[in-house]
Design a protein. Sequence first.
Length: 286
Amino acid sequence: MPRVSRSPRNSIKDRPRRLALVLRRQKGRLRGLTLISAAILVLFGLSSIVRAIAPASSLVGMRERFGSLAALAGFRVRNVIILGRDHTPPALLRAALGVRPGDPTFGISLAAARERVESLAWVKSAVIERRLPGTIVVSLTERRPFAIWQNGGRFTVIDRLGDTVDESDFRAFRGLPLVVGPGAPQRAATLLDALARLPALQKRLAAAVRVGRLRWNLVFKNGTTLELPGGHAAEALQRFAELEARYGLLERPLAVVDMRLADRLVLRAWPEHPASPARQPSDPSG
């Protein structure tokens, strides 16, 4: 009887491919992940329908259940990326965001997190997004410090709109212009923009004092006070810059330059022996 030759049991021909081995070993795990992923997709589709008819409390519960189910498939927060942060205190930002590593990625309300972050003084606006499977990205647009406001002995950093952005660390911004008095923050931008076009005066300014919420007095570093009119302050400031360039008014012993009336200029010199020095706005640099 002829002998049938067989290939060795462990020959190369009988060995399954490496990919087939991996798939065979991971078959049970992949089946479980597939089921979970399918359930996530179904819940995600249903959530858009339920959102339109369900009360907010139901949506919160659904988000929590959805997040927990997605977490089983590996959708957990592993990284939090912050973009655009310069001045916002990191501890306050983390507390407002309310996201920690290990939290379910889909269990986070992006709208609620954005609302909390935008309540921080330095934050003008925020965009918060998920990058699957486990990254939360926070993009901040911060308010830009514009001036320091002195009012009632307190110093506050304000932005261009006059909104408060910092009350605790104004000394870090002592290079900013100083505005003084009630109503000054809301009116500062127009005046300071006019001064920015006159750098020779701008660099000699000590403070801009709002008077009666109607007009400005400019106090220069040599002690001279320029009294501006309630209207057309920019034009009066331009005229003063021309007089200063021609006559060197800030080099003269002048206590007051009064430009409140459009048809006249009143100069008042320092007394020879003043009883007490004129009171100047406080120096925020301390």
